[in-house]
Design a protein around this ligand. Structure first.
Ligand SMILES: Nc1nc2c(ncn2[C@@H]2O[C@H](COP(=O)(O)OP(=O)(O)OP(=O)(O)O)[C@@H](O)[C@H]2O)c(=O)[nH]1
Ligand SMILES: [Mg+2]
Length: 303
């Protein structure tokens, strides 16, 4: 299936949620009165687009040009246009601009960090870059094993140590090897224990400090992986990780099978951080940079 097909299929639940929320809101007295505009605005907030985007769409629907009426397809078109406007400045693929470029991947447990790393490695490798992975989540033995399996599957080298080992020390070794071996992109996995914010902060700060000894400009990217299905919680994760890790960009995963794809729009609107890629499945090829127009059309269910 094509990426666009996967995106559309993946967003099906989100599309349905949005459609269900606005169903019936276009019919009735015309022009759209305040009460109905309020209902539409609430429906858009309930579809996770965020209050600011919902308010802008409401303002547009209040325009005189809709005095003769608007149907549901018309509302969907206005929503798609606004969604595209929000996403256009932030839909930026991760660019390789250093050698080796050190990419640190952070996020809460289960958000999809390790899988995303494998998918990114696959994308970079396909673009002809030499990729290396580092198993910086030394907290769980399973995490090291999982990344090792992915490295084999994708066909890239991995630097891994013992469970319980020092993550910063491992990252240091990985950067050193990447420099020595002419690697283009080094992607470092990390543990995601958010329950202990102080511990997480210490570990990430130490990791960054240690690799900066080998390259003062590293890490070049700090990617926060967000699980779309966590809904509004994703917004607070952005705030926390921005302050503890200096996040430079986002990846949103699990847009497939979640009804909360609208979160991507709210995350873009509130954080203004680049959204480098989106995940619509568990396979190696299920992560891609995205085109705002395609995402917006898929979200509102428009061809
Ligand atoms: N459906 C779907 N599942 C995904 C996606 N990305 C990751 N997953 C699944 O989510 C689960 C957790 O992914 P991991 O990559 O292990 O997440 P993690 O952040 O590394 O988790 P920890 O190492 O426990 O902190 C796995 O079962 C993945 O297959 C996605 O885009 N779509
Ligand atoms: Mg992991």
């Amino acid at each position: 299936m094509s990426w666009l097909g996967k995106l559309t299929q993946g967003l099906a639940k989100s599309t349905k949620r949005l459609a269900d929320n606005i169903t019936g809101l276009a019919t009735g007295t015309l022009p759209l009165d305040e009460a109905r505009l309020d209902e539409i605005e609430e429906a858009l907030i309930a579809a996770d687009l965020g209050p600011a985007v919902a308010a802008r769409i409401r303002d547009r629907l209040a325009d005189q040009k809709f005095a003769k009426g608007i149907d549901e397809a018309g509302i969907r078109m206005v929503v798609a246009e606004e969604v595209e406007k929000v996403l256009t400045p932030v839909a930026l693929p991760l660019e390789i601009r250093h050698k080796p470029q050190v990419v640190l991947v952070v996020g809460v447990n289960g958000s999809g960090k390790t899988t995303t790393i494998a998918k990114l490695a696959r994308l970079f490798k396909a673009d002809g870059h030499k990729v290396m992975l580092a198993a910086g989540d030394t907290f769980r033995a399973a995490a090291i094993a999982q990344l090792t399996i992915w490295a084999e599957r994708v066909g890239v080298p991995i630097v891994a140590g013992e469970q319980g080992g020092d993550a910063a020390g491992l990252a240091y070794e990985a950067v050193k090897r990447a420099q020595a071996e002419g690697i283009d992109v080094l992607i470092i996995d990390t543990a995601g224990r958010l329950q202990n914010k102080a511990g997480l902060m210490d570990e990430l700060a130490k990791l960054k400090r240690v690799i900066a000894k080998l390259d003062p400009t590293a890490p070049h990217d700090v990617l926060l992986v967000l699980d779309a299905s966590t809904g509004q919680n994703a917004l607070s994760q952005i705030e926390v990780f921005r302050s503890v890790a200096g996040v430079t960009g986002l990846v949103m995963t699990k847009l497939d099978g979640s009804a909360r794809g609208g979160m991507l729009v709210a995350a873009a609107e509130t954080s203004r951080l680049p959204i480098h890629a989106i995940g619509v499945g568990e396979g190696m090829d299920d992560l891609q940079p995205f085109t705002p127009a395609d995402f917006a059309a898929a979200l509102v269910g428009r061809d």
